[in-house]
Design a protein. Structure first.
Length: 152
């Protein structure tokens, strides 16, 4: 692995980290700006199915991001596994521990899952082109690993 590849991987790590900070803090416009114009969030029907395009992604995240107030949720992303596939495409997987911090809630554990992402470099900047959450708990909905180089 080269220094350049490590720098690309670090930039992608920062992208996913900022996703969590913006989502949890209720900064929806900043969150939406992390996605390509034609991005897809792959969700089960429980979450409305696939969200296609940055505008739809923004609208739908706005419904979830600030349920009570900023930081009603906290996304802890760990164990990044990032593969650079070309100068403009990469895949990544992250473990997700989602904490729900709403008033009066006894158990703060919201869910466990795995993010499965496709990243695309646009204008010299890495962005999220596709994302999926494989939910593992409390309701299991595991699709499986995205193959290297597959966009869908």
């Amino acid at each position: 692995m080269t220094i350049e590849e490590l720098l690309e991987i670090e930039e992608i790590k920062q992208l996913r980290i900022m996703y969590s900070h913006y989502f949890d803090g209720g900064q929806i416009d900043d969150l939406a700006a992390l996605f390509t114009e034609d991005a897809v969030c792959e969700f089960t029907e429980d979450y409305g199915g696939n969200w296609v395009g940055r505008d739809t992604i923004r609208e739908n995240y706005a419904k979830f991001a600030t349920v009570d107030r900023p930081f009603s949720f906290m996304h802890a992303n760990t164990n990044p596994w990032i593969r650079i596939l070309s100068p403009t495409e990469a895949n990544g997987r992250w473990y997700l521990l989602d904490l729900s911090l709403r008033e009066g809630q006894e158990n703060p554990i919201g869910l466990f899952g795995v993010y499965d992402d496709v990243y695309r470099k646009v204008g010299g900047k890495w962005m999220i082109a596709r994302t999926r959450i494989d939910f593992l708990w409390p309701k299991r909905s595991f699709v499986g690993f995205r193959s290297p180089g597959v966009n869908g």
